[in-house]
Design a protein around this ligand. Structure first.
Ligand code: CMC
Length: 384
């Protein structure tokens, strides 16, 4: 990068640059509230612990979309709509089966979701399109995973929950109650989280009066990065590097060495939480139980050693992505699908924010301080 002479810049015009928009409040929302100091998270009025204990993913979708819990009839109706719309349009399925099997799963989800727009009527409501995406993202993920592994794609079930159907399509085997509950709880915990990068992207696209598929495709692109949803895959890759080291694996030394090199430890830190992420408590508990049940207790123990080291060395706590990695690993999911599962859940939050932005819209248009040159004389190409 060239060095810039800033002497010609009128800093009075933009006296303060907030790099990363840290702490800037640019929206009002009824979808969620995060208290970063106390480590509290609320979805549309309900504490995350209350939801983790009681709610299903479908109840959370309804809650985020309509700001209230569904009654039994409404919940049954939502289940039916999701179940009836799980099958992918044939060209989308063909794309998934024929694309590069080495493609990043999140890139495939992003492209396939974008394609879904071609198969809905122009006048379909945003609510209908939100149902389509919520119903079909699990089918996209499972179909791609099976196709890339040379396995037959499993058609979605016409009954059962989102969590049950996803595990069924992934493994061609109906999951037990415990596995369904684990999956469902992960979906509940990842559904919504304020003005994170992907939701901000979704709202920014909505604010241009673009369509909901464009907004969600953009959001998926933002979620894919390792500083956002991509961190859960990166956490598992870190643990797998340790696993490869066999008896020499030392999570404490590994973490300290990374910190010495000024590298970030994935799954730790948060822009808003300055304490333990409340979602991580639930995932930590699941990670412990599942790793004990499935013979991966060493992964859990290494994770705890990393948590302790990060606290001592940097006073930084784990975020939602840290323990979710070992949870997914214990239920047999490929590490590079973890971020896709995040998307499969966060579709509820993104679409809820899309509705909210559209109902009270204003173009999102911050400014940038220009630090380049001004009024340079033109040099013909042959003289440059
Ligand atoms: N490992 C090591 N140091 C860290 C980490 C980390 N994971 N996170 C923050 N720090 C340090 C950072 O080096 C800096 O230290 P110093 O002031 O000495 O330079 C200080 O903490 C502030 O970090 P920052 O990057 O300026 O903070 P931020 O608010 O911009 O970053 C974050 C938040 C999530 C991007 C960051 O914590 C991070 O990169 N974490 C690792 C990636 C990750 O786990 N992402 C998932 C986020 S939560 C769920 C989600 O959104 O998907």
């Amino acid at each position: 990068m060239a060095e810039h002479n800033l002497s010609h810049i009128d800093l009075n015009e933009y006296p303060h640059i907030n790099k990363g928009l840290d702490g800037i409040v640019a929206f009002s929302t009824t979808k969620s509230n995060i208290n970063g100091q106390t480590g509290e998270l609320i979805y549309s009025g309900y504490h995350i612990d209350t939801l983790a204990e009681n709610a299903t993913f479908e109840e959370v979708c309804f809650l985020l979309w309509y700001d209230r819990l569904p009654n039994q009839t409404e919940l049954d109706e939502l289940h039916k709509k999701l179940q009836a719309n799980r099958e992918l349009p044939e060209p989308v399925l063909t794309y998934i089966k024929t694309t590069n099997p080495k493609a990043e799963p999140m890139a495939v989800v992003r492209s396939a979701v974008s394609m879904l727009a071609d198969f809905v009527d122009d006048d379909a409501s945003d609510e209908y399109n939100a149902i389509i995406m919520t119903a079909q993202i699990p089918t996209i993920i499972a179909a791609f995973d099976r196709a890339r592994n040379g396995k037959e794609v499993v058609a979605p079930l016409k009954d059962g929950s989102t969590a049950f159907n996803f595990l069924y399509m992934l493994n061609d085997e109906k999951p037990g109650q415990a596995a369904e509950r684990v999956m469902d709880l992960c979906l509940v915990l990842h559904a919504e989280h304020g003005m994170n990068a992907s939701t901000f992207t979704c709202r920014s696209i909505c604010a241009t009066e673009s369509d909901i598929f464009s907004a969600v495709s953009g959001a998926i692109g933002a979620l894919k990065g390792p500083l956002h949803g991509g961190a859960n895959t990166a956490v598992m890759n870190t643990l797998l590097i340790l696993k490869e080291q066999g008896e020499n694996a030392d999570p404490v030394a590994f973490t300290k060495a990374k910190l010495d090199r000024k590298e970030k430890i994935m799954g730790f830190g948060h822009r808003v939480y300055k304490t333990f992420d409340p979602r991580a408590y639930h995932l930590r508990k699941m990670s412990k139980e599942l790793s004990e049940e499935t013979g991966h207790v060493y992964l859990y123990e290494w994770s705890e050693a990393m948590v302790k080291t990060m606290k001592e060395e940097k006073n930084i706590d784990p975020n939602v992505d840290f323990f979710s990695a070992t949870v997914y690993y214990s239920i047999g999911i490929q590490p590079d699908l973890y971020t896709c599962i995040f998307a499969m859940s966060r579709i509820s939050g993104w679409t809820a924010h899309f509705f909210e932005q559209k109902a009270n819209n204003r173009l999102i248009r911050p400014r940038a301080l220009y630090i380049g040159e001004k009024n340079l004389p033109w040099t013909p190409v042959e003289d440059r």
